[in-house]
Ligand binder design. Sequence first.
Ligand SMILES: NC(=O)c1ccc[n+]([C@@H]2O[C@H](COP(=O)([O-])OP(=O)(O)OC[C@H]3O[C@@H](n4cnc5c(N)ncnc54)[C@H](OP(=O)(O)O)[C@@H]3O)[C@@H](O)[C@H]2O)c1
Length: 246
Amino acid sequence: MIGTGTTAVVTGGSSGIGAATAALLARRGCDVVVVGRDAAALSAVAARTGARVCAADLAEPDAAGRVLAEAGAVNLLVCNAGIGWAGPVAGMAPSDVERLVQVNLLGAIRLVRGVLPGMLARGRGHLVLVSSIAGNMHVAGEAVYSATKAGLAAFAASVRGEVAGCGVGVSVVVPGVVDTPFFDRRGVPYERRTPRPVPPERVARALVRAVERNRAEVFVPRWLRFPARLRGAAPVLTDALQRRFG
Ligand SMILES: NC(=O)c1ccc[n+]([C@@H]2O[C@H](COP(=O)([O-])OP(=O)(O)OC[C@H]3O[C@@H](n4cnc5c(N)ncnc54)[C@H](OP(=O)(O)O)[C@@H]3O)[C@@H](O)[C@H]2O)c1
């Protein structure tokens, strides 16, 4: 799947995890299309990696269609574009709520729906959805962000069931905290001691491994799967522990 002959679309390819993933995929021989709004940042990634550029605002309903028309037959779709928002949900402006859902969740769903028919017809393809540990654990002050990320994971699980045995893989990548401009952009810095930020290149490597091994879900760093599993089994206990020690 990863190598010459694979066209890979990477959303959020202008920065952070997406730019690192685009660079890794290009080094491995893929024809990479990076998607984002920042044309200058996209061009810089293209200059470094040889990727093709597609400027688009994924909050717009017709963006997914335009991206896929430009990309051609896509074998690998990495839905990574995302924005954060931190603060009490009651104080959130309706426009911020809508934008988070549009970019983080709807934009990805539209792209997946756009690429799936072609992948199924060719019997070959892989979908990657970049979620967040905030979609697994309770994170006070990130209610809508967490909901979009939990929604992505639930969407991926359903699609995986639909495409089982059809040659199309689906992976969810669950980063903890990554050293990218994400926190500056949301306007609230990351100030906790744990988990420690990891470099975006580490997430990119885990993402590529997930595709190669057709893994349903990978956590970066890997130890994060333990609290996530514990919360799945015992949510009340885990939430209490997080409130006490988090
Ligand atoms: N950093 C973390 O600690 C962390 C942890 C867990 C999960 N994640 C997830 O990882 C993903 C990548 O984030 P990152 O850390 O690499 O942050 P980042 O450096 O801020 O990158 C975010 C990317 O999303 C793109 N994007 C934002 N809004 C967009 C829109 N409306 N249309 C198209 N593209 C848009 C940005 O491109 P433009 O600016 O060019 O539009 C940028 O390339 C996100 O989904 C995030 O939720 C991050």
